[in-house]
Design a protein around this ligand. Structure first.
Ligand code: G6P
Length: 607
């Protein structure tokens, strides 16, 4: 979380920094700031609030100069305020720092620095870095930063600028993403590619423990000891349009509507002649035969994809699967050995909890397969095998197309294992693939019913509570639907296993309480219908979602939406779509900032 941009070159930097930060606001948006080397020396402007507040302040009093750093914040240490915003500076205001991550030993360092007479202005951990670098500065900013990072523990992506050396920008990475954009007579640092894509497609993706020194004319990569690092640049093969709204009011809506394409892009290159081909998974047939258990580990929406993944892999392969929230996994002392395959799922590939869980699994001898949307991300680089979801950049904080592409990845992986193990026959594999190939067009048919969802969103927008219910795979999908609603509408909702309601939560169902009921699992339809009747009898107002042809649903509920029929295992790829739309329209009706919900960030790089 937090977004960093830095520029050194021949153009005026302010606009480049601000426009870059706009592309990174998904990483945090409670305050923003820039530092620019101007003809009056190093100058800083920062402000609490959205980037627009800072932009307003700069309109009347721009900072002019061709080297600068900028930051958009998601608060960890210290509430959002002008003074806690980045960049932070040393006491003389001659060294300026932007930081993404958490400095774990900042209290100890702060006490040391205070004892030496340094005066702190903010409550942040980042300010420690500015004073520490200053304390170690002997006329060489690169050497001072190198010494400083040896003293700090934790996660950091750093950009550092010193007034006395206005010909260079220093960047360091440790457990927080950072890339370097290479241009002509200009170079860039950024937390993520979209921030600099307007200017260059050639990037270095820094590894943990690497430092980059940028001048106008070049980039030098080293390790933290100063030893040379040589690496080719990575050429970005997508363009800005994919990271822009393209006529939609919000990124989230655009991304919901991009799902048919994301399905095709993720699926098509991996299907050949009625079989799944996964050349990126380098497991031998012997290895796959020896897998005794699978752990799926992820956070947030990716965790919900993992819940579907559990059912998919178990049904297709009969290998036992557990799905864990990454922040819990390490601490529950999981049973991991060399027969355990750990699958980590992460859209960004940078989620700190997921990375930490993955490293622990590797340490204990597991093989790790990553499902991620970002080539070159930390998760992708540290895993043994990587399936990249080809959903394209996802900007809205509430994840949609990344989730459904993760489902596609699980279907492909489950089928691939099943083919190898012979746990399902070739006919079933090819029938499942046929059904998967129909999903994109079927999603379009669900999207065509957005009007039903808009109508229901009007009924829901003013309630304080609502419930989602479902059984089996429907239960996993309603968990995602409920999270989506909470994230962007701020309405409290709970997802319940439909059969479990009667064991307590039914007490909360009173006249007019909305219930969203999913009943797409053929074998469970009658049972879920009984649960729907039970909530109806207690006054609930029910939106039922079922397969086309299940006409009894319409008779039992207030509003109904039918999804096209597919195989039961594949229904999550369709049934989640109305739930995504519902969250979107309720958020919109409540006047919320759909793409940037309060208190959240898209990429959570702190534990
Ligand atoms: C954040 C986002 C969620 C996301 C989760 C995991 O909390 O707001 O939308 O599901 O991180 O992110 P990842 O990039 O690992 O999938």
């Amino acid at each position: 979380m937090c977004g960093i941009v830095g520029y050194i070159g021949h153009r005026d930097s302010q606009n480049i920094l601000i426009e870059g930060l706009k592309k990174l606001e998904y990483r945090g948006y409670d305050s923003a700031g820039i530092a620019v080397y101007t003809d009056k020396g190093l100058q800083v402007k920062k402000a609490k609030g959205r980037l627009a507040v800072l932009e307003d302040q700069l309109t009347g009093a721009p900072l002019s100069g061709s080297i600068g750093i900028g930051h958009t914040r998601w608060a960890t240490h210290g509430k959002p305020s002008d003074v806690n915003s980045h960049p932070h500076t040393n006491v003389q205001k001659k060294i300026s720092v932007v930081h993404n991550g958490i400095i774990e030993n900042y209290i100890q360092l702060k006490e040391e620095l205070i004892a030496k007479g340094y005066v702190f202005e903010s409550e942040t951990d980042t300010e420690v870095i500015a004073h520490l670098v200053s304390d170690l500065y002997e006329g060489d900013i690169v050497a001072a930063v190198r010494k400083a990072v040896k003293r700090i523990h934790g996660a950091y992506g750093l950009g550092v600028l010193a007034e006395n050396e206005p010909d260079k920008l220093v960047a360091v990475r440790m457990h927080s993403p950072l890339i370097i954009g290479v241009g002509e007579n200009e170079n860039f640092i950024a937390s993520d590619i979209p921030a600099i894509l307007e200017y260059t497609r050639e990037v270095y993706i820094l590894n943990d423990g690497e430092m980059a020194v940028l001048t106008k004319d070049g980039v030098t990569l080293t390790d933290l000891e100063g030893g040379p690092v040589s690496r080719d640049t990575y050429r970005v093969d997508w363009d800005m349009q994919t990271a822009e709204k393209g006529g939609f009011d919000h990124f989230m809506l655009k991304e919901i509507y991009e799902q048919p394409k994301a399905y095709r892009d993720t699926m098509n290159p991996r299907i050949d002649g009625g079989r799944v081909v996964l050349p990126e998974v380098g497991m031998t047939a012997d290895y796959i035969r020896d897998i005794r258990r699978v752990h799926i580990v992820a956070c947030g929406t990716a965790y919900h994809a993992g819940l579907v993944g559990k059912t998919v892999i178990e049904r297709l392969t009969r290998i036992p699967v557990e799905t864990d929230v990454a922040s819990e996994y390490r601490y529950r002392d999981p049973i991991i050995n060399k027969d355990t395959l750990v699958i980590v799922v992460s859209q960004s590939g940078e989620t700190a909890d997921t990375l930490a869980a993955m490293r622990e699994a590797k340490r204990q001898g597991a093989r790790v397969l990553a499902i991620t949307n970002v080539v070159g991300s930390s998760v992708a680089r540290d895993a043994d095998d990587v399936i990249v979801t080809l959903a394209g950049p996802e900007i809205a904080v509430a994840s949609t197309k990344a989730y459904t592409s993760q489902l596609i990845a699980f279907y492909l992986l489950g089928l691939y294992f099943a083919q190898t193990l012979g746990t399902v026959d070739a006919g079933t594999v090819s029938a499942t693939i046929d059904a998967m190939e129909k999903l994109p067009e079927q999603v379009e048919r669900v999207l065509d019913q957005a009007d039903v969802i808009k109508r229901v969103s009007e009924q829901i927008k003013d309630v304080d509570n609502l419930f989602y219910i479902g059984r089996g795979l429907d239960y996993t999908v309603v968990q995602e639907g409920s999270l989506k609603l909470k994230e962007i509408s701020y309405i409290h909702s709970e997802a319940y296993a439909a059969g479990e309601l009667k064991h307590g939560t039914l007490a909360l169902i009173t006249e007019g309480v909305p219930v969203i009921a999913l009943a797409t699992q053929e074998a469970l339809f009658e049972k879920t219908l009984s649960n729907i009747v039970e909530v109806k009898a207690r006054g609930a107002r029910v939106l039922g979602i079922a397969n086309e042809g299940d006409a009894e649903m319409a008779k039992s509920v207030d509003d109904v939406l039918y999804i096209p029929r597919t195989l039961p295992l594949l229904t999550p790829a369709l049934s989640v779509v109305p739930l995504q739309l519902l969250a979107y329209y309720v958020s919109l009706a409540r006047g919320n900032d759909v793409d940037k919900p309060r208190n959240l960030a898209k990429s959570v790089t702190v534990e």
